[in-house]
Design a protein around this ligand. Structure first.
Ligand code: ZN
Length: 316
């Protein structure tokens, strides 16, 4: 079994046939899938899809750097409220059912609507959650190890479209590193054109003992090594590794297998021969095959090690 550690079934490009895409992934041997969160606009759809596949689809919770603007603090408040609502319903093992039952006030009528509308309602009731933001101290409500929330992500820095909100991105990133530390969760990092600022933030947060992975890693081996000095970092390898001229192959050859996770970032960055087309988690074996070729290992060994790495990091 392979694990796709970074995918987006809720993306509007994939959403129309997300269910079929999930089935294709399972048929291709991709047995566990982790969806990366973007912001409050996309979050309900993400959870709705995940709720249909407990134990197969897991979620991250995080504010994507590209979604950071002047209203980022409100976005963090929504994220905190969402987590509260998810943890409240996770007091029982059946994902999605309890919240719906609570919403009908014990009338006994099973609500067929998804849990997401109830979560939105719950979030507004937790107005006091905003005050948590000012106090990054660990909270008493520690999530169960097998919670569907398995990481804080995708978070980080992205200056590719400009640096208008660079300062806010750094603040939002730092705050979410503190949350991950308080919640004892790994982080999933999105980083583009911002390596130096990334190092500045994580070196500043060294006391938090951050662990996680650098999603869609495209840096040099030196950058990989430098990151290890401020935390415990794996690299997420996806379709880019199959592109011709990818310098990533040379870097990957030097990165230990124990630090490698497989991912698709579907619907983006499809591997060869689908490059430029819509990506799917079902294409993950193509990435695994390329890693096996670079590492001179049987594909079964790549599968075994990367799956173990993902299960250990995300506790799934
Ligand atoms: Zn992503």
């Amino acid at each position: 079994m392979l694990i796709d550690t970074h995918t987006h079934f809720y993306d509007e490009w994939l959403r129309p046939d997300a269910e079929e895409a999930i089935q294709r992934a399972l048929a291709a041997g991709v047995g566990k899938l982790i969806q990366a969160d973007i912001d409050s606009r996309e979050r309900p759809a993400m959870w709705e899809i995940g709720d249909r596949h407990p134990g197969v689809i897991f979620e991250m919770l995080g504010l994507y750097p590209g979604s950071v603007d002047g209203a980022w603090r409100e976005e963090i408040d929504r994220l905190l409220a969402w987590r509260e609502a998810i943890l409240a319903r996770e007091t029982t093992p059946t994902r999605g059912v309890i919240l719906a039952q609570e919403a009908v006030g014990g009338s006994g009528t099973r609500q067929t609507a998804g849990p997401t509308s109830q979560i939105a309602g719950t979030a507004s009731q937790i107005a006091g959650t905003a005050s948590q933001f000012a106090d990054p101290a660990p909270q008493t409500a520690v999530p169960a190890p097998r919670s569907c929330i398995v990481a804080v992500g995708e978070i980080g820095l992205d200056y590719h479209e400009g640096k208008e909100f660079a300062a806010q991105q750094r603040e939002a990133f730092r705050v979410q590193l503190e949350l991950a530390s308080a919640w004892d969760l790994p982080v999933n990092i999105h980083l583009r054109d911002a390596w130096e600022d990334f190092f500045a933030v994580i070196e500043d947060c060294r006391h938090l003992h951050i662990r996680g992975n650098l999603h869609c890693f495209s840096g040099s081996y030196e950058l990989f090594e430098r990151a290890q000095r401020s935390g415990e970092w794996s690299v997420g390898i996806g379709g880019v590794v199959t592109f011709r001229n990818a310098s990533l192959a040379g870097t990957l050859a030097r990165i230990p297998m124990e630090r490698i996770l497989l991912e698709t970032d579907a619907p983006y960055l499809a591997p060869v021969p689908y490059r430029g087309k819509r990506n799917e988690s079902a294409y993950l074996p193509l990435v695994a095959a390329k890693v096996a070729e670079i590492k001179h290992l049987p594909i079964e060994e790549v599968e075994r090690i990367t799956t173990h790495n993902a299960e250990t990091l995300f506790r799934i």
